[in-house]
Write a protein that binds this ligand. Structure first.
Ligand code: A3D
Length: 327
């Protein structure tokens, strides 16, 4: 059986970390692409030189692409998975939405390149503002909607899980958490569906493990999780946890694991939506997004979800206003 081919479009902080993790897990051969000539080649070679030490077999090719030159994407031909981080990250004081105009223009060239050379790939978008960029990437690439997804929910729930494990002084492995909605200030961490060893968080409050006030603080810290890292790093945004999260999604696809993972998926006929990308629980297997899982929301949760989807719709409308070719 030949190895899978994984194209990483954007070889910056997340792209380089993705390449390293994919090598360590032997998920496939990697093609790193970036407009910054030398960066994908240098990172690819550096990681390849670590392979004898860590004992993994994978090839790493570095490719320089040009922004609006579709032919420069030829080396991704036949990729099984494409993970897109091309664009710019946040700096302190910026919101994800401030990146919209510049990253939308990046998605155009990247989407056309994927559409031409990797039409059968499972495509994971990480570029922000996430829910709007994954929508634009699907439009520009023309790939089927179940094969184009955004990574955000795995990361947002990982942050929530980590903060909860810290609060309860238990293993992160025993904490599961749900975060729905858009990847922004309006994201919806769901305490009712989040558990420690199977016990829902509201029950843990009743059992005296924590207080409602502390739980509310953790929910808010989860919402602000990206900004907390941006504030500390000052030069860019988080990259280790985002890369680990996208690799989990890629692995679920490549190994047909049928993992239940939250991600920005195309939602139609669920959650009262009639077709948009937003964060929901999904099943990821060899078909890409094989199922959108609709959980029942109470009034407050539905109101938070509605607010979040409205925010995403606003971003999509802004994309359409910038680029008239987007329907
Ligand atoms: P960074 O280290 O700047 O890497 C981005 C790379 O994209 C750079 O190497 C650029 O040279 C390259 N690039 C720019 N334009 C193009 C183009 N047209 N074609 C090919 N490559 C190009 O950023 P990063 O890796 O830290 O972050 C990448 C993106 O992920 C940003 O938009 C972040 O905001 C976003 N991000 C999303 C999450 C989510 O949870 C969704 C988390 C963290 C970061």
């Amino acid at each position: 059986m030949s190895r899978s081919k994984i194209a990483l479009i954007g070889a910056g902080q997340i792209g380089g970390t993705l390449a390293h993790l994919i090598g360590l897990k032997e998920l496939g051969d990697v093609v790193l692409c970036d407009i910054a000539d030398g960066i994908p080649q240098g990172k690819g070679l550096d990681i390849a030189e670590s392979s004898p030490v860590d004992g993994f077999d994978a090839a790493f090719a570095g490719v320089s692409t040009e922004k609006d030159n579709v032919a420069s994407y030829a080396p991704i031909q036949g990729a099984d998975v494409c993970i897109v981080t091309a664009g710019v990250p946040r700096k302190p004081g910026m919101s994800r939405d401030d990146l919209l105009g510049i990253n939308l223009s990046v998605m155009k060239g990247v989407g056309e390149g994927i559409g031409k050379y990797a039409p059968d790939a499972f495509v994971i978008c990480i570029t922000n503002p996430l829910d709007a960029m994954v929508w634009a990437l699907q439009q520009f690439s023309g790939l089927p909607k179940p094969k184009v997804v955004g990574m955000a929910g795995v990361l947002d729930s990982a942050r929530f899980r980590y903060f909860l494990a810290e609060e309860f002084k238990v293993s992160v492995k025993d904490v599961s958490a749900f975060v729905l909605g858009g990847h922004g200030d309006t994201m919806v961490p769901l305490t009712r569906y989040s558990t420690v060893g199977g016990i829902p968080l509201p029950d843990l409050v009743k059992m005296g493990w924590t207080t409602q006030e502390k739980l509310d603080g953790i929910v808010q810290r989860t919402r602000d999780g990206g900004a907390e890292i941006v504030g500390l790093l000052k030069t860019g945004s988080a990259f280790y946890a985002p890369a680990a999260s996208a690799v989990q999604m890629a692995e679920a696809y490549l190994k047909d694991q049928k993992r239940v993972l939250p991600c920005a998926a195309w939602v139609e006929d669920a959650y009262g939506l009639d077709g948009m990308y937003v964060g929901v629980p999904t099943v990821i297997g060899a078909g890409g997004i094989e199922k959108v899982v609709e959980i029942s929301l109470n009034k407050d949760e539905q109101a938070m979800m509605d607010k979040s989807t409205e925010a995403v719709k606003g971003l999509v409308a802004a994309c359409k206003a910038i680029d008239g070719s987007l329907a």
